[in-house]
Design a protein around this ligand. Structure first.
Ligand SMILES: *Cc1c(COP(=O)(O)O)cnc(C)c1O
Length: 350
């Protein structure tokens, strides 16, 4: 059945292996982030059997399995899910005292200790206490909670604001770590310096005062995200999306008639290329956005898509109805394809 996503387990295992070895050599622990693959059980299995130190996801629903590893909730939790956070995860990322108070109560009631990583916003304007604000009173309050264990601090970069990780920016985080450690005379287990965008700094030996990183895209697509460079030692093609040709016809490249807007309320501009070999594939926006996928065959050109159809220009007229077309995916494409129940997932081990 198509469309389907072919997932190469060996390539993912290789990527994890390479990344974790490199990080461990530099005394950096690694969280493997599973949200882009919707916590697919067979891929979780690869994570479980790897050297990864933690398994992390931004959604609680993706962390509800028994694990050998520490499970980390990445998205700052909703107060309404506090009980489940304590129940299903070992560590959560937090940034609001209100929520941490509710977690304290939930942990007390479950007779548990819940570990948190306090997030700091060091300029990217996503989650976290703003680094120039007075955060020490908040830390002091957290330290007073009996069922909350402050195990670390962390930050997120190149996510919302696109702030690049540099030594100056990262020093904002390590300075906070030092200040907290000095004031309370204890060592933070985790100083988490970001996601796949921090890999370049790691390679350049520029990550000072940081001892943890959280990787998703780097593991799955072999790409660091600060400068969008492929990492040579990693596989970029662990995932391939396949879709089937359902129509193949020679038709004009420009619609024939008065033009309004399309099904999505968009006004589309057409370039007149005369007659072209237009293929329709059985995959649409309900599965994946057309600009998140790229055909492996360079002689194919994506024209556009509707809810159910992907339109492709078969430049050399090579294909016919029933043929299967393969695509590589961006991170967004991977998210879409793994989240869609209409895309069958197939693991291969070679
Ligand atoms: C998604 C996410 C990550 C992983 O990001 P990648 O760019 O895929 O490495 C790390 N940290 C947090 C908080 C996230 O939400």
């Amino acid at each position: 059945m198509y469309p389907r996503l072919i997932i190469n387990a060996k390539k993912i295992a290789h990527n994890i292996d390479y990344i974790t070895k490199l990080c461990h050599q530099k005394d950096i622990s690694v969280m493997g982030v599973t949200k882009a693959i919707c916590a697919h059980p067979d891929i979780i299995e690869i994570f479980e059997n790897s050297r990864l130190d933690y398994i992390a996801d931004s959604r609680l629903e993706n962390l509800m399995y028994p694990s050998k590893k520490m499970k980390v909730l990445l998205r700052v939790s909703m107060p309404s899910e506090a009980r489940m956070v304590v129940n299903y995860t070992d560590i959560s990322l937090q940034s609001s005292l209100e929520t941490i108070k509710i977690l304290q109560k939930a942990a007390f009631l479950q007779k548990k200790k819940h570990a948190i990583i306090l997030m700091f916003d060091i300029g990217d304007l996503r989650e976290g206490l703003y680094y120039t604000h007075h955060y020490m009173q908040i830390v002091e309050k957290i330290m007073s909670f009996n069922n909350i264990d402050l195990v670390g601090i962390g930050t997120n970069l190149t996510c919302y604001g696109g702030v690049l990780p540099t030594p100056e920016i990262m020093k904002r985080l390590s300075d906070i770590a030092k200040a907290i450690e000095e004031k309370f005379a204890f060592k933070l287990q985790i100083i988490s310096g970001g996601n796949s965008s921090s890999f370049e700094m790691l390679r350049k030996e520029e990550l000072v005062g940081i001892n943890n990183l959280r990787f998703g895209e780097l593991i799955f697509l072999g790409r660091e995200t600060a400068y969008s460079n492929d990492v040579e030692e990693l596989y970029q093609d662990a995932f391939t999306l396949e879709a089937e040709v359902i129509e193949h016809a020679l038709k004009p490249s420009v619609p024939d008639g008065q033009l309004g807007v399309n099904a999505f309320g968009e006004k589309v501009v057409f370039e007149d290329k005369g007659l072209i070999h237009r293929m329709i594939l059985g995959i649409g926006r309900q599965e994946v956005r057309s600009d998140d996928i790229v055909p492996l065959d360079n002689d194919l050109e994506i024209i556009g898509s509707s809810s159910d159809h992907l339109l492709v220009n078969d430049l050399l007229n090579k294909y016919k109805v029933g043929d299967i077309i393969s695509f590589k995916l961006s991170y967004g494409g991977l998210l879409g394809a793994t989240t869609s129940k209409y895309v069958k997932k197939e693991l291969v081990y070679e």
